[in-house]
Design a protein around this ligand. Structure first.
Ligand code: Z5A
Length: 195
């Protein structure tokens, strides 16, 4: 089973990925935890290239670099884990590209989705949980976080549209409230229930 957690920056994904992995392991499941971009040598380098902010990157190059990092983590980490019968829980995946590059940067949902599907040779999560409803961003923005209020408004709206674009896979989960309350909603959503 391949699960991704998605949502705008600061919505609580990293916290909830850790709690979900803990809950699944407590149920006896063998779980691989990963994040995007990252999880491989190339992915971590792409992460610092794209987020640290000292290299000029055009929008199309940005989309292709995220896709390249995704190709590596799909081949090196996710497919082998799934083939071995393990669960994978990933902090962001294809839907971040669809929203940040396709919708918020304006490159187009279909072209960005196609680039990512090419990169992963068609690998998609079985379940994608989109957290929404809060903004707990810190005060040290990375290059993308620094893109401005209008960009982040498009990101927040874009994530809400995802469930309409792919209702069989994407579940919206209310991220307001205490960590354990959100974690219970996320766990239920893995089995198919939204909130
Ligand atoms: N990006 C892209 O553009 N295209 C792509 O294809 C991909 C990514 C894959 C990656 O950043 C950046 O790359 C991201 C999208 C872009 N950029 N932006 N902007 P990232 O995923 O590494 O980081 P982030 O999205 O900016 O997430 P974050 O800042 O790490 O936030 P988070 O993971 O959503 O939240 P958190 O760290 O779990 O929580 C934030 C704080 O709130 C923290 O202090 C927690 O302790 C606290 N918290 C969490 N939950 C609660 C509750 N329930 N109550 C109270 N406090 C809480």
């Amino acid at each position: 089973m391949f699960v991704s957690l998605e949502g705008p920056d600061g919505v609580g994904k990293t916290t909830q990925v850790a709690l979900l992995v803990e809950a699944l392991r407590a149920e006896g499941r063998d779980v691989v935890q990963c994040r995007e971009p990252g999880g491989t040598e190339l992915g971590e380098r792409v992460r610092s290239l794209l987020l640290d902010g000292d290299v000029a990157v055009g929008d199309r190059a940005e989309a292709l670099l995220f896709a390249a990092a995704r190709a590596e983590i799909a081949d090196e980490v996710i497919r082998p884990a799934l083939a071995a019968g393990r669960w994978v829980v990933c902090d962001r995946f294809i839907d971040s590209s669809i929203v940040y590059q396709g919708i918020a940067r304006g490159l187009g949902v279909e072209s960005v989705r196609a680039a990512s599907v090419f990169a992963t040779d068609g690998l998609l999560p079985d379940r994608t949980i989109v957290l929404h409803g809060v903004d707990r961003r810190g005060d040290q923005p990375d290059r993308i976080e620094a893109a401005g209020a209008e960009f982040h408004r498009r990101v927040a709206e874009g994530f809400l549209r995802l469930a309409e674009l792919d209702p069989a896979r994407v579940v919206l989960v209310d991220a307001t409230g205490a960590e354990d309350a959100v974690a219970a909603r996320v766990r239920a959503a893995v089995d198919g229930g939204g909130a």
